[in-house]
Design a protein around this ligand. Structure first.
Ligand code: NAD
Length: 489
């Protein structure tokens, strides 16, 4: 039985209630976790608020050293963390190892950032006066995470929040409570003092909502669906909190007639069926130039049918289950819609074999004959379903890729540098790849999307530190007299 971590202690939910987490590959129980409520969030925020003054005064390099230690510990426990992740959310081991590595890289990046937490020094418009800026922590950060990157996403949030001098309350998804528990244990071992990090497990509508509404939380960082994100924007925005939202996607890969087709096939297979299609950056639309459409589609179907599907703990598997029974049903509903709208080329069913019968597996599914306005081309399915759209030339390809309300990731395969640069300039997305799939972000670069994918913030790299800090502008006048900006000659 797992617990919350509040004010330096592992505790049950005040209500005493728990929820059970299931392994999506086997249907077996992983463990029970606290079904927390508002009162648990109140305790966690109180603890974080009390810990803030001391933690925020600790010199940045000292906080950086704790993050480095955290990175070292994750490295030491990389295989254990990867196996925990695979069991709780189903991704194959190769991918969960990558997920943990991203968390490790984030910790080491923060260690470096600790000694270069730059402000600006700028000239004044008046003599004998200087102007500079400092980045200051905000206070208590409320962090709400999804389940598809159980190590990387909580770490993308916790590490920069802590390095910046904030204290925090983390609420993981109910579908990924175990990895977060282990991460908090390792953070404690790294030397984070009592009260600085707090973990509250439980349902989003109660725990997440209580975080978004709490008057003592200064910044809410959320990754998840558009629906939940807009609810948080409404609740936390009304209270004038800083709110960072990283939301869904309907990402497209364009393949032009001059592309290296083998390379583009590798890209789309990885982009569409890696993480069983459950990435915010997953390729869910494939936009094919009419000249190569038929040949490429045939090659793709052949390769998709050969993907090795099974329990992610078995080395060599290429695609695991989807996260839950209800998610599998949602995917299947979209497949039924797709069958009415377009042509099913392969997949389209629950995947079963002797080993997979108790898990939530779905076949890699491809539709052709899709047009840009169909529901399967517009709505985020979050599963192994790919919609193929035929276009004529670059202009139509760009028009199609831009035709959704989302704008997270995008990709173009071409050997023509002019076409590639046209696409880079005209695609409406936070991330664009040339001759690479839509997935595979590196943690030292800004990550996020335009349009309904977010609200303008960028996690990752140096930009995430703007989410977790406030600028303080300082003017120092050493003229010894009253100088009035804009008024004095
Ligand atoms: P979700 O929105 O259902 O849940 C995300 C988190 O929000 C969970 O912890 C959940 O418990 C919590 N939550 C639910 N209701 C809430 C409420 N009313 N107030 C506050 N919190 C609440 O998303 P999910 O199913 O966990 O993840 C899948 C979604 O996340 C997809 O849409 C995917 O595209 C998106 N995602 C985006 C990114 C990105 O960086 N852009 C990364 C990964 C996933």
């Amino acid at each position: 039985m797992y617990k919350n971590y509040i004010n330096g202690k592992w505790v049950d939910a005040k209500s005493g209630e728990n929820f059970i987490k299931i392994n999506p590959a086997t249907g077996e129980e992983i463990g029970s976790f606290p079904y927390s409520g508002k009162e648990d969030v109140d305790d966690a925020v109180k603890s974080a608020k009390e810990a803030f003054p001391k933690w925020s005064k600790l010199p940045l390099p000292d906080r950086g050293a704790i993050m480095r230690k955290f990175g070292d510990l994750m490295m030491e426990h990389k295989e254990e963390l990867a196996r925990i992740e695979t069991q709780e959310m189903g991704k194959v081991l190769k991918e969960t190892r990558g997920d943990v590595q991203e968390a490790i890289d984030t910790a080491y990046y923060a260690f470096g950032e600790a000694t270069r937490f730059f402000g600006h020094t700028v000239p004044s418009e008046l003599p004998n006066k200087i102007c500079l800026t400092f980045k200051r922590p905000i206070g208590v950060a409320g962090l709400i995470a999804p389940w598809n990157f159980p190590a990387a996403i909580p770490c993308w949030k916790m590490i920069p929040a802590l390095l910046s001098g904030n204290t925090l309350v983390l609420k993981p998804s109910r579908e990924a409570p175990w990895t977060s528990t282990r991460l908090i244990e390792l953070l404690i071992e790294s030397g984070v003092p009592k009260g600085v990090v707090n973990l509250v497990q439980g349902p989003g509508g109660i725990v997440g909502e209580a975080i978004s509404k709490h008057p003592d939380i200064g910044v809410v960082s959320f990754t998840g669906s558009v629906e939940t994100g807009s609810r948080i924007a409404e609740v936390a925005g009304k209270l004038l909190k800083r709110v960072s939202l990283e939301l869904g996607g309907k990402n497209g890969q364009i393949v032009m007639r001059d592309a290296n087709l083998e390379l583009a096939i590798d890209g789309v297979l990885w982009g569409a069926f890696g993480t069983t299609g459950q990435r915010c950056t997953a390729t869910s639309r494939l936009i094919l130039d009419e000249e190569i459409h038929d040949k490429f589609l045939a090659m793709l179907i052949d390769r998709a049918k050969k993907l090795k599907i099974g329990n992610g703990l078995d080395e060599g598997m290429e695609m695991g289950p989807v996260i839950s029974k209800s998610q599998r049903e949602k995917i299947d509903k979209y497949v039924q819609i797709g069958k009415e709208e377009a042509k099913l080329e392969c997949g389209g069913n629950f995947y079963t074999d002797n080993k997979c019968d108790s898990g939530f597996f779905y076949e890699p599914t491809i539709f052709s004959g899709v047009n840009k306005n169909m529901r399967i081309a517009q709505e985020e399915i979050f599963g192994p379903v790919l919609a193929v759209i035929k276009v004529c030339g670059l202009n139509e390809a760009i028009d199609v890729i831009n035709s959704t309300k989302y704008g997270l990731s995008s990709s173009i395969y071409t050997q023509d540098v002019n076409a590639a640069m046209q696409a880079v300039e005209r695609i409406e997305a936070g991330i664009t790849y040339v001759n690479g799939p839509t997935i595979g972000a590196e943690c030292h670069l800004p990550f996020g999307g335009v349009k309904n994918t977010g609200n303008g913030h960028r996690e990752g790299g140096w930009t995430v530190y703007e989410i977790f800090t406030e600028f303080q502008t300082v003017y120092i006048d050493y003229s010894g007299k009253l100088q009035r900006a804009q008024l004095d000659d």
